[in-house]
Write a protein that binds this ligand. Structure first.
Ligand code: G16
Ligand code: MG
Length: 220
């Protein structure tokens, strides 16, 4: 029986990719090279530290560990300035409605995000009260496709992984859910999110009936 939903944040509930892009671009430009939207696409769901490593590699720049920490902090300060101005209108279509429907159906809900800023974002858009547990980049050691973030979410909810459905927009996140023995709904295009049990373009296309229909699928 499906008892819980675990949601990725960026690309599922809100879209903060543009803010990440602007902050990383500013940092790259200060370091003397450019950063494209195409490169930004490859950073979705990737941790801050790993994102910086990739960007420095693309720019052909080498920095010490101490310098990297300082650069990541600087980028995050610009990013936080932007997310502090986020509004409820930035919630992706159908996300609030599906969260409401899940709660009304008696399902538990958790967040499973790579971001260390997830609570700020949820608070700014007014969605914090819809989550029973928040597991994010502050709580995990291993990044997706490692299942740690989702397994910790299931544990926080007191639910067996096989009774959880994960909602994810990134391939690494879908792999993480599968590695954790969970069912997974891909948010995006079926051509890209091939490992998911179901793919919808956004939560506006998701219903509790479609969720419960996943029950017949084995997670093994
Ligand atoms: C999100 C974004 C990534 C970002 C990561 C870490 O992941 O998609 O681009 O690098 O969080 O964010 P922060 O710098 O705020 O800790 P997710 O898992 O919510 O899709
Ligand atoms: Mg995502």
């Amino acid at each position: 029986m499906i008892k819980a939903c675990i949601f990725d944040l960026d690309g599922v509930i809100v879209d903060t990719a543009l803010y990440h892009y602007q902050a990383w671009k500013r940092l790259a430009n200060e370091l003397g090279f450019d950063f494209t939207e195409h490169q930004n696409e490859q950073l979705k769901g990737v941790s801050r530290v790993r994102s910086l490593e990739l960007i420095l590699g693309w720019g052909g720049v080498t920095k010490t560990q101490t310098e990297q920490t300082e650069l990541a902090t600087r980028k995050n300060q610009w990013y936080v300035e932007m997310i502090n101005r986020m509004q409820p209108s930035e919630i992706l279509p159908g996300a609030k409605e599906f969260l409401q429907a899940a709660k009304a159906a008696g399902l538990k809900t958790a967040l499973g995000s790579a971001s260390k800023n997830s609570s700020t974002i949820l608070e700014r858009v007014g969605l914090l009260p819809f989550f029973d547990a928040i597991v994010d980049g502050n709580h995990v050691a291993a990044s997706k496709p490692d299942p740690e973030v989702f397994l910790k979410g299931a544990e926080a909810l007191g639910t067996d992984p096989s009774e959880c459905v994960v909602f994810e927009d990134a391939i690494a996140g879908i792999q993480a859910a599968k590695a954790g023995n969970m069912k997974v709904v891909g948010i995006g295009s079926p051509e890209i999110l091939t490992g998911a049990d179901l793919v919808v373009p956004g939560l506006h296309e998701m219903t509790i009936a479609r969720l419960q229909a996943l029950d017949s699928i084995s997670t093994k």
